[in-house]
Design a protein around this ligand. Structure first.
Ligand SMILES: C[S@@+](CC[C@H](N)C(=O)[O-])C[C@H]1O[C@@H](n2cnc3c(N)ncnc32)[C@H](O)[C@@H]1O
Length: 472
């Protein structure tokens, strides 16, 4: 098989990344899985071969010969049917939910667990705009990092590619205003041809990312341009940038990332207008968020996630409620502050790797009037000494890679009465649950659709210390 060869088949399953799969005969009598992004179950597809990887054929979808029953009758976006940020946009929403539930339950079964997810809390309808219905569940994200490609594209990297870019004219994920922001930024680029778009191959250029972050409840917006070298941006150029973007944001920031790493992270930041932060409100808690800070990307569903976690906190075996809570991987204090607000007897400690986020978490606790019951510390979760930390309940919300083995070992050693595990990657979660089950009983597993039109899903597990085992 060589690059560009055409294959046909009917999709029978999804792989762990949510891509369609069919089997093609190998020649030795066996089969080889063929991986097809942007396909769904029952689709008969024509695909072109790209490469072999881990025993599979990776392909591009050329066309759908006949559609499976879960394929939408009409594409959500005609201009960009294969949107790299929306791998499942071609699937009916109800089917997306069923597929996610099946995938989590298959993973639980595969790891030897009897527990199952009974249902997935769906994302509610969002906003109707630009000819799209609220039921389409678009414009749910509060953050987009538009990459600037070497040909001057402003948009997203093609699915599976690191140096081919899609020049986005529209964006169905962020907000109805996104096309105008993209256009305004292109206007700035056209006026300043001396500023070169970033060339990832040669590691040269000036303009790397256009980052837009917004508070859906507050209408506060921050637009940041991530550049290679701030010194290339004279006062006059900075003024032009603000002039172009002025009507879209109260906060406009230049962020410098001189590193080889392709991150939309500003090592040095300078506010050209307003502040380097913006505000969002979730369930009545106000969070101030800095350009580089992690924050849940779907605030509508983040509120439901908080509700699920707080429901788990309030239904622990403590009487009448737990009085100490540790929020590990706390970000800006997302759970700790909300817990302190909801439960007046709770004292919360938050732990997070980034100092700048811990500083903001402290400010967030103060502005929500729970500063006296929240303490935040920075450091690696795997290096947490637990000295002076009391925790009836521990919430863990690690990044996609899951928990560090030392965190699991320490949790098992300290044995808090309740652990609430918030996971954005159930593949890691199901493996780690096996270790927790040596001391813990799983009381509840709830899944939430924080990421419509993608195969991603958030899973929250409540674990209670088995009776007879003491906390240390
Ligand atoms: C999925 S986010 C959750 C943040 C927060 N719970 C929230 O909902 O906004 C994971 C957080 O863990 C932090 N983090 C990553 N590695 C870490 C580590 N080794 N120790 C502590 N925190 C870490 C990240 O900076 C990020 O803020």
């Amino acid at each position: 098989m060589k690059f560009g060869d055409i294959l046909q088949g009917t999709i029978t399953r999804f792989d762990a990344k949510g891509r369609g799969v069919f089997d093609a005969p190998k020649g030795d009598g066996g089969n080889r899985p063929v991986i097809v992004p942007f396909a769904t179950l029952g689709d008969t597809v024509e695909v072109s071969f790209i490469k072999r990887q881990e025993g599979c054929s990776i392909t591009n979808l050329v066309r759908v010969l006949s559609a499976g029953p879960s394929r939408r009758s009409e594409a959500l976006s005609k201009s960009l049917p294969h949107n790299p940020g929306m791998l499942w946009a071609h699937i009916n929403y109800d089917d997306q939910i069923s597929f996610k539930q099946e995938m989590i339950n298959d993973a639980l079964e595969g790891a030897g667990h009897d527990e199952r997810v009974e249902h997935i809390i769906p994302c509610p309808p969002t906003v109707a705009a630009n000819g799209h219905a609220a039921e389409d569940r678009l414009y749910y994200r509060n953050r987009m990092d538009y990459a600037i490609g070497w040909k001057g594209e402003v948009g997203l990297k093609e699915y599976g590619s690191w140096n081919r870019y899609i020049d986005l004219k529209d964006c169905l994920l962020l907000s109805p205003e996104a096309p105008k922001i993209l256009e305004a930024f292109r206007g700035f680029m056209a006026k300043h041809p001396e500023l070169k778009p970033w060339d990832a191959k040669r590691q040269e250029g000036d303009l790397r990312y256009l980052v837009v972050r917004e508070g859906k409840q507050t209408n506060d917006r921050l637009i940041a341009i991530i550049v290679k070298d701030l010194e290339r941006f004279s006062d006059e150029v900075r003024k032009d940038l603000v002039d172009q973007l002025d009507r879209f944001a109260d906060n406009i920031v230049l962020g410098e990332n001189p590193a080889v790493t392709d991150l939309s992270f500003g090592r040095t930041t300078v506010a050209l207008k307003g502040k380097e932060t913006f505000d969002e409100i979730v369930n009545g808690t106000r969070y101030t968020i800095q350009l580089n800070s992690f924050f849940q990307t779907n605030p509508l569903m983040a509120a439901k996630l908080q509700d699920v976690v707080m429901d788990f906190v309030s239904t622990t075996p403590h009487s009448p409620l737990p009085s100490t809570l540790l929020d590990l991987y706390c970000g800006l204090g997302f759970f700790a502050i909300n817990a302190a607000q909801r439960f007046p007897n709770i004292k919360a400690t938050g732990f997070e790797i980034y100092k700048h986020m811990i500083e903001l978490a402290g400010i967030n606790a103060q502005q929500n009037e729970v500063g006296d019951r929240c303490v935040f510390e920075s450091g690696k979760a795997e290096e947490l000494s637990w000295k002076d930390i009391e925790a009836d309940v521990v919430i863990v919300d690690p990044p996609r890679a899951g928990l560090h083995h030392r965190v699991i070992e320490t949790l098992l050693e300290k044995s808090p009465k309740t652990i609430i595990y918030v996971s954005c990657d159930y593949h890691h979660l199901v493996k780690e649950l096996t270790q927790f089950k040596t001391k813990y009983e799983i009381k509840n597993i709830t899944a939430l659709d924080l990421f419509p039109h993608t195969p991603h899903v958030e899973v929250v597990v409540k674990m209670a210390l088995k009776s007879g085992i003491m906390s240390s």
